[in-house]
Design a protein around this ligand. Structure first.
Ligand code: FAD
Ligand code: SIN
Length: 528
């Protein structure tokens, strides 16, 4: 069995992991940084980000205004210290990205073009067309390539953290590294490291309809849970209002909120704008409100989607700002200037995760967490649009600037080898595939935008059965990525359900119909 020692072990190669790697490599040029990532190096939620990064750059805007918008979206339960530091450090991390070669769109006067998204009172979204995430990922991977002390290992799936549980009360548990399945050799390797960063991203795949790619199975959060870290705010799942309605496609293709920021309208089956019934900010209310409004319109009419109307928009400007969305719609037979786009809410972002302080420390010694898998408290009960790339950039940099290596070399500890004794090769994978689909169905049907105690209890019961069956399978059969992902998805789903049961009021992205019906304000047509 291979045993690898490194100074910094990073799990995940999205924006959070890569920024931390770059800044750490520059700070400690003599130290070894190793990034393990379960798919191709670029595969991540980051790569699919469309809208952009929220940054205050303009004299007409202010940090105070961005801070207030972040609080308002988050139901005012956000962590004040983190909100302040993320918003105020945005210009500096943007400047790093530009120095490393990232392109962002400019306006006619040569200044960065600032778009608008839901929940923001000002135009403050820096973007590159509608493929901002791909541009960020490209830039960071190129920068990583130029640093000789970073090694990046694709197709390496982290299975579990290696920990020592202290028996003395008052002392924290220690993390020493991770067991990793090298999918190229099919061997399980042991990685030990002085500092371990979880940067494993989101959990969208726990739902049937999600904008998140297949990698988003919540592995890091599930690993941290098993290692006894604290996991918080899992009930706050953000549903993006406008995923393209293609029932058989997974993941769902996103129609960026920036399209509504550009002036597109939402219409119901009767061709009427409806957002005036729900919020004065209309199509640019925060996502929780728009998604619930769409859900309500669909239920009233028994329909599976609503529509996005772009027919009145400036065609040349639209094509220049949203070339990817324009092309995707054409590919499925929709010319957005002549036809309506069918859209539906889809699971998009987890506001909670592994609880960390403002320096990314988890409850375990040596274990840090950053990006979508972490819960810094920035988002409170609901994330403001385009605040998550920003959070990962600011926190990734901050963690690297503050991390301290205490030893000259990676800690020498005796780590038990992984043993697969007594396990057998799985004969077929049908149970794994079936159980994954079942988790997704339970979550989509019972634990989605609108929840209730009855639905949550029912989901809990079903997940317990799935947990038992999968746990037995895990103990008996040889490890595979599919099996580990299923085990993690069940763990994540159970945490979402339990923390939803514990939440006793409607706030932000959390909505339980037992605590009151959604307010619909008729009529306010004059606001149109
Ligand atoms: P990710 O980018 O998801 O990276 C996680 C990494 O961990 C991946 O490399 C993955 O392969 C790896 N990994 C996971 N599990 C394991 C494991 N077990 N072993 C090894 N490696 C593992 N946010 C914005 O601010 N603005 C936007 O415009 C925006 N648009 C979005 C559009 C879409 C379609 C989506 C899906 C998200 C969007 N978001 C946006 C959200 C944002 O992209 C993510 O929150 C952010 O990119 C998360 O970065 P991350 O580094 O934490 O995680
Ligand atoms: C979008 O482009 O609508 C996504 C923005 C985000 O998730 O912040």
């Amino acid at each position: 069995m291979n045993s690898i020692q490194t100074d910094f072990l990073i799990l995940g190669s999205g924006v959070a992991g890569l920024i931390f790697a770059i800044k750490t490599a520059e700070k400690y040029p003599e130290r070894k940084i190793c990034i393990v990532t379960k798919d191709h190096t670029s595969e991540s939620n980051t790569k699919y980000a469309q809208g952009g990064v929220a940054v205050v750059l303009d004299f007409e805007d202010s940090f105070e205004s961005h801070i207030e918008d972040t609080f308002r979206a988050g139901g005012y339960i956000n962590n004040k210290e983190v909100v302040e530091l993320v918003v105020r450090n945005a210009p500096s991390v943007l400047s790093d990205m530009i120095t490393w070669g990232a392109n962002f769109d400019k306006d006619r006067s040569g200044e960065l073009d600032l778009a608008k998204e839901g929940g923001h009172v000002k135009n403050r979204i820096v973007h590159f067309k509608d493929v901002t995430g791909a541009e960020i990922e490209r830039t960071l991977l190129e920068k990583v390539d130029s640093l000789s002390n970073i090694e990046i290992l694709p197709h390496h799936f982290a299975i579990d953290l290696i920990t020592e549980h202290q028996v003395k009360s008052g002392t924290s548990n220690i993390c020493y590294g991770a067991y990793v399945l090298n999918e190229e050799t099919n061997q399980i390797e042991t990685y030990s490291s002085e500092i371990i960063l979880l940067a494993t991203g989101g959990i969208g795949q726990v739902y049937k309809h999600t904008t998140n790619p297949l990698i988003a199975t919540g592995d890091g959060i599930a690993m941290a849970y098993r290692a006894k870290a604290r996991i918080s705010n899992m009930e706050f799942i953000q549903f993006h209002p406008s995923a393209l309605y293609e029932p058989e496609r997974s993941p769902s293709f996103l129609i960026s909120e920036a399209v509504r920021g550009f002036g597109a309208y939402l219409l119901n089956e009767s061709g009427e704008r409806f957002m005036y019934k729900y919020d004065d900010r209309l199509e640019l209310a925060s996502r929780d409100i728009v998604s619930r409004a769409i859900d309500s319109e669909m239920k009233i009419r028994g329909k599976k989607h609503v529509y996005l109307d772009c027919r009145h928009l400036d065609q040349e400007k639209f094509k220049s700002h949203f070339p990817n969305i324009y092309q995707k719609c054409l590919d499925v037979g929709i010319d957005v200037f002549n036809k309506l786009i069918p859209v539906v809410p889809a699971a998009h972002y987890l506001c909670g995760g592994v609880q960390v302080d403002s320096l990314g420390h988890t409850k375990l010694e040596n274990l840090l967490a950053c990006g979508e898998c972490s819960d810094t408290g920035l988002h409170g009960a609901n994330r403001l649009a385009s605040n998550s790339l920003l959070e990962a950039m600011v926190m990734g940099s901050r963690l690297a600037e503050n991390v301290v290596l205490t030893k000259d070399t990676a800690k020498q500890v005796i780590i038990p080898f992984w043993t697969e004794a007594g396990t057998i090769q799985a004969e077929e994978k049908i149970i794994i595939t079936n159980n994954r689909e079942e988790v997704q169905a339970i979550m989509s049907n019972l634990v989605a935008i609108v929840r209730s105690q009855k639905r949550l209890d029912s989901a809990k019961l079903r997940l317990e059965l799935l947990y038992k069956e999968t746990d037995q399978l895990y103990r008996k059969t040889k490890i595979s990525r599919e099996l580990c992902e299923l085990r993690n998805l069940i763990c994540i789903a159970s945490m979402i359900v339990e923390q939803s049961i514990d939440r006793k009021e409607n706030i932000g992205a959390f909505y339980n119909k037992d605590f009151g019906e959604m307010k619909i304000a008729y009529p306010k047509a004059e606001t149109l």
